[in-house]
Every structure is written in C-alpha cells, then in structure tokens.
Design a protein. Structure first.
Ligand SMILES: C[S@@+](CC[C@H](N)C(=O)[O-])C[C@H]1O[C@@H](n2cnc3c(N)ncnc32)[C@H](O)[C@@H]1O
Length: 345
C-alpha cells in the first residue's frame, strides 16, 4: 500500500471515529434554531447577527457555523471581508422545524435517547439482549412501556416516527395497487401519518389505526376534522387484545421491533382477523440477501437489538415468516429507502 492509499484509508477511520460528533454538531445547530432562523430570514446572515438573534456567544456560534459549512449543512459567502451564512438545499428541506420534510423530531429523539444509551451497546452485544433495564429506572416489559412512562416520551417518539412518512409515505403506499382493500387496519399506526397518505391515494378507503392507549389518546387530540370520517382509532395491545377485522393490515416498522416468536404471534392473529381475499402489507428497511448492506439497515438492526430485541431482516426472512403465518402470493418491492412486502390470505 502506498502512502496515498494509506491516507485515504485513514480518512475513513477519521470519519467513523468522529461520526457521533458530526451528529451532535448537526443536532446542536437544529436545537439552537440556526436552520429555522436562516429559513425564516430568507437571506444570508453574519455569524454575529445569528449569534445575537439566537442569544448565544459569538465565538461559539462562529465555530458551530463553520463546522456546519464543512458538513455542507450551511453555505458561506464572503462579502466585504465578512462571512455570510445561509441554508443549503438540504437544510432548507429537512433541518428547520418548519421545513416541508423536517427530520428535526427524529434527530431530537436520536440525540436525546439513542446517543446516551449507546453506552450499553457493548453489553447488548455481549449478552445478545436489549438493555432497557439499564436505561430506565422503572422496570418495563418492553421499550414502548418504558418510553411511554411520560407524556413527553409518547410525544417525542410519535413525532419522530412521523418524520419518515413526510419523505417516503407516498412512495410506500403506492408501491402496490391497494385499491382492492377498502377496510384497512394500520397496526401500531402511531399518530396516523401513513394512514393519511393511504387515504390521499385511496380516497374511498377507511383506515383504523390500532395502537397502545397512550399513543391513541394523544393522536386523537391532534387529528383535524376533515380526516375524521375516514380514519378512526382503536386503543389496544396487539399482543394481548383482539384486533379489528380488515381487508388489509399495514404493519410499518413493526416487525423490526420484535423477535421472530413475537412476529409469529402477531401474524397468526392478523391471519385470523383478516377478511377472505384480504392481505397484509409490511413496510420495513430490508437487508440485502447476502447481508452486506445497506448500512442504514445494519445501523437500525443494532438499534433494535439495543432497545427491544428486534432486528432488521432480509426479504427471504420476511417471506419465511409470512409463509409460516399462512400468507401466500408474497410480493416484494424495494424502494428508495424502505421496502414493501405484500402477502395475501
Ligand atoms: C416503530 S413504531 C412504528 C409506528 C408507525 N407504524 C410508523 O411506521 O411510523 C412502533 C409502533 O408500534 C406501537 N406498538 C408497540 N407495541 C404495541 C402493542 N403491544 N400494541 C399496539 N401497538 C404497539 C408503538 O406505539 C408504535 O406506534
């Protein structure tokens, strides 16, 4: 290996070992409102003006803004020997709270929940088990009971989940023609971001969102009346209680939270409740068949191990689960980030 190759290799190492600092720089700029201010102002601003309007020290703000330029989260132009900062297309689209595809709530959750709890990753790997008992003082049966012990926990998780569907919701709900399924149940449907996408594509359908009582109570408060007639809510525990009868069950990012036995338990229940001719749609981040990638799926799989003994799976693994649960004619579509898997009763 020549020294140029060695340098390239070391650059990768540098990136990886500082990955968590990059995340924190990005979230700190979000948290302090840098991207919001620049989006609202619609113009470039000096570091002194940004610091003053956000109530921070100039020196610290300047350092943060320069780092964001290095990460291509901000752009900087020089005018009269002064640096003027503005959002990039990415920060305008995704990083301000009011951005059309804002990822702020997801990043907030990652920064506040995932980041400190990564200290338990080595234990999770050693034991092959989630580490909820180390993360939370009160003993909980699963991560949802632990997270939902406060109203703030319900809110921050639900808001974080919705962010994905402002980007990928349409793509996932149109991966297959689902117009033959008039009555839909979104199991673990959270606050209904995906249900709204479904209704916008299939206006004659109705969707029942089934989720834990605390999630449903909060989601109901947020719903606007125009959606009320087609979207309804039912509180319950999908592992213990009976679930509504439907033509189609949507399970988006549900199976990845659970081990195979729990997924089978849920599948059996869905198969029994599903109307004749009905089906089930999984939306998940799938691993390649040879498990070499994508990196996003490996990262999420690590998170699932740490928090709930879940994991990301390949299509073959989902296919085996669905077949064992009695589903047939299983189809798979990999989209830009998530995959859709449709099975028939
Ligand atoms: C990873 S989130 C996915 C939410 C939504 N499907 C989405 O993709 O945005 C998992 C969802 O399952 C719900 N959930 C977890 N355990 C549940 C249970 N036992 N019964 C009903 N819902 C449950 C959670 O409240 C949460 O809304």
């Amino acid at each position: 290996m020549d020294s140029a190759e060695e340098n390239e290799m070391l650059k990768i190492l540098f990136q990886y070992q500082h990955g968590f600092i990059i995340s924190k720089i990005m979230f700190t700029a979000c948290e302090l409102g840098v991207f919001d201010l620049l989006l609202e102002s619609g113009d470039t601003l000096s570091s002194a003006a940004i610091a003053e309007r956000l109530g921070t020290c100039h020196l610290g703000m300047e350092r943060l803004l320069e780092a964001c330029v290095g990460l291509k989260l901000l752009r900087m132009e020089r005018k009269d020997n002064e640096g003027l900062y503005g959002n990039t297309d990415l920060s305008n689209l995704c990083l301000a709270k009011s951005s059309p595809k804002s990822q702020y709530c997801y990043m907030k959750l990652q920064s506040e929940q995932l980041y400190p709890n990564l200290q338990y990753l080595a234990d999770a790997v050693r034991e092959g088990n989630a580490q909820i008992q180390s993360m939370y003082v009160t003993p909980s049966k699963d991560i949802f009971e632990a997270m939902y012990s406060s109203e703030e926990g319900v809110q921050s998780f639900s808001n974080a989940m919705d962010t994905a569907w402002s980007i990928y919701g349409q793509e996932m709900m149109s991966a297959f023609d689902l117009s033959c399924f008039p009555a839909v149940c979104d199991l673990g449907g959270g606050s209904g971001a995906l249900a709204k996408e479904y209704i916008s594509l299939y206006p004659n359908a109705t969707v029942t969102i089934f989720d834990l009582p605390k999630v449903v109570k909060r989601a109901k408060k947020q719903f606007v009346t125009s959606e009320e007639c087609q979207i309804s809510f039912q509180e319950g525990d999908f592992l213990k209680d009976s679930i509504p009868e439907a033509d189609l069950y949507i399970l988006a990012r549900i199976f990845h939270d659970w081990d195979d036995d729990t997924c089978m338990q849920l599948l059996t229940k869905v198969h029994k409740a599903c109307k004749p001719g009905g089906g089930l749609l999984l939306v998940e981040l799938t691993l390649d068949e040879d498990r070499s990638g994508p990196l996003e799926a490996h990262i999420r799989s690590i998170m699932m191990l740490l928090f709930n003994n879940g994991r990301e799976r390949t299509f073959s693994e989902y296919n085996a689960l669905l077949s064992a649960g009695g589903f047939k004619e299983i189809q798979f579509k990999k989209k830009s980030f998530y995959s859709a898997i449709l099975g028939r009763k």
